[in-house]
Design a protein around this ligand. Structure first.
Ligand code: C5P
Length: 213
């Protein structure tokens, strides 16, 4: 069973992906971390003319086993990630690792932007998580505050809108829901309700798969 959980920045897809993985006993990959790790690796040279070559080399050298989620969560790292994610060489270099994670025996949960469309189009369950930008910014603010960080809410909202705009204009055509994805709007759901709704959608997808055999 492959479960694809896609959606924009701070939509809740990471939390939902992790909860689905725990519920169904599957391994989980937060693919945003791969782009974040590369963004961090080339941060000092992000405005260099040869940034595409540098970022592609960093993507080819990336070791999935060394990803440190705690170091990669910040808003600035998210912006860096979205800047290097537009390079075709970076996406190509990260494709194989994501695809083999998806295809491992027993299945997996992957969350990101293009899991249902590009990485694992054959996924049996595809969710596309959305929420209003203001609500996403507020959730991020609370996450950072819970970690004791000072938060500038207006800047967080600007960062989210900047990333949405860059992700929508990406050269590969932008990120959109797969034609067979279920849209889950979490704007008016707390996290427990969002997880419950996601589990119900995956169970419905599993039942459809069983019925079609
Ligand atoms: O999901 P997260 O906020 O960690 O993603 C950071 C950035 O990495 C996104 O804004 C997007 O530009 C990029 N990304 C991507 N494809 C993915 C996951 C993330 O291009 N599958």
């Amino acid at each position: 069973m492959i479960i694809a959980v896609d959606g924009p920045a701070a939509s809740g897809k990471g939390t939902i992906g992790a909860a689905l993985a725990a519920h169904f006993g599957l391994p989980h990959l937060d693919t945003g971390l791969l782009y974040r790790a590369i963004g961090r690796a080339v941060a000092a040279r992000i405005d260099d003319a040869d940034i595409e070559t540098l970022a592609t080399a960093a993507a080819q050298a990336l070791d999935l086993t060394t990803l440190d989620a705690d170091r990669l969560v910040g808003a600035e790292t998210g912006i860096l990630a979205s800047r290097i994610a537009v390079f075709p060489g970076v996406r190509k270099a990260l494709f194989a690792a994501q695809r083999s994670f998806a295809l491992q025996d027993g299945g997996a949960v992957l969350d990101g932007r293009d899991i249902g469309t590009a990485i694992a189009p054959e996924a049996e369950a595809k969710l596309f998580i959305v929420a209003d930008p203001e609500i996403r910014a507020e959730r991020r603010a609370r996450q950072f505050e819970a970690r004791g960080e000072t938060v500038d809410r207006a800047k967080l909202l600007r960062d989210i809108c900047e990333r949405d705009a860059r992700d929508a204009a990406a050269p590969h055509g932008g990120f959109r829901p797969a034609h067979d994805a279920v849209l889950l709007d979490t704007s008016n759901l707390d996290i427990e309700a969002a997880i419950k709704a996601a589990i119900a959608e995956v169970e419905a997808a599993m039942a459809r798969k069983k019925a079609s055999r």
